[in-house]
Design a protein around this ligand. Sequence first.
Ligand SMILES: [Zn+2]
Length: 425
Amino acid sequence: MSARSDHHQTVPLSVLLKRELASEKVEKPEISHGQANQSKKGEDFTLVKTECQRVLGDDVTTYHVFGLFDGHNGSAAAIYSKENLLANVLGAIPPDLNRDEWIAALPRALVAGFVKTDKDLQERARTSGTTVTFVLIEGLFVTVASVGDSRCILESSEGEIYYLSADHRLETNEEERKRIIASGGEVGRLNTGGGTQIGPLRCWPGGLCLSRSIGDMDVGEYIVPVPHVKQVKLSSSGGRLVISSDGVWDALSAETAFECCRGMPPDAAASQIVKEAVGFKGLRDDTTCIVIDLQPPEKPSPPLPAPPRKQGMKVFKSMFKKKSSEPSSVSEKEYSEPDAVEELVEEESANLSERLDTKYPICNMFKLFICAICQVEMKPGEGVSIHSGTENTKKIRPWDGPFLCSSCQEKKEAMEGRRTFGGIF
Ligand SMILES: [Zn+2]
């Protein structure tokens, strides 16, 4: 899985920011949103925080946060994540970063924030779990972190559809099945006795259908909270984002979801998507939808115009499809084409030594003696290198950071199947 990122041609953030500088403006779209829900179990929760402010020298910048938490085995994990995840993510971003450093720091901070939230929740001994689809919007930069099977999809103003989240269902994700089996879990269908197997693939013990979530401490540490992270930059003409729980995606395709609410403002669009999904399959599950429109500021703010699309034409870019194991097919033309959605980051590995070892100059700003996950201060010599004990090809010296506190190091080893969390080898 890690090899994929080597082939993956993404656009450097610096190139995009230079373009903005050259055009002498920071592109700030207008953001409008709406949400709708039909509840069966009452385990879906949403987080909407718009116009969050961040001080940048003498300037103030704003960003927007949207989250969807689809709980299972109770609501505790979903509610705890809704209340704590954002603070844990922001707490993992060093202070005083400029705009490009802040955007570039997000993927790593999201990983640290998800793992810290999961670890803190486990210490409270909850047995519930939750999917998380977490979206941060800064200007035209959209960063999505996800665990589980809720989804975030994007339709650009050019009429193309992109998947911004992963699908962590064991049934459809072979790489995740391999990872769980390698970490000591078992994957199989429910056995009704007499050899008859029914239902989707599940992880045993526990019987969870998902390979990643926050919570689920009773299932096994290999159900990890490490999110799939994707960061894109929209073109200045914007686009529409739809975040929905599996209640929608079990009934509707991405195309149908966008098509059924075309031309509607976001709140009506969210209601329409939920209505279509429930109308199609009945209310079998909690069904929640958030619709977010990003539009150029100069326009008077009509609903998104219908993009010129041929009926039935499927426009998927292979570079955005999750399971492409081949090198990305992004061409020279796409790389130099500013009027399209551009991908900056796509990371999926469950391996923390890869995900927290970001090669970016801001690494220098992370204080050496702060735990890369929980941000606790450590005495010199107390931290454990995040690379210790991992099969990393490069030579690791004990003083190579980033470092983890002993408690987070235990958590990391448990997630890799090398020990039981809180227990012994
Ligand atoms: Zn720690």
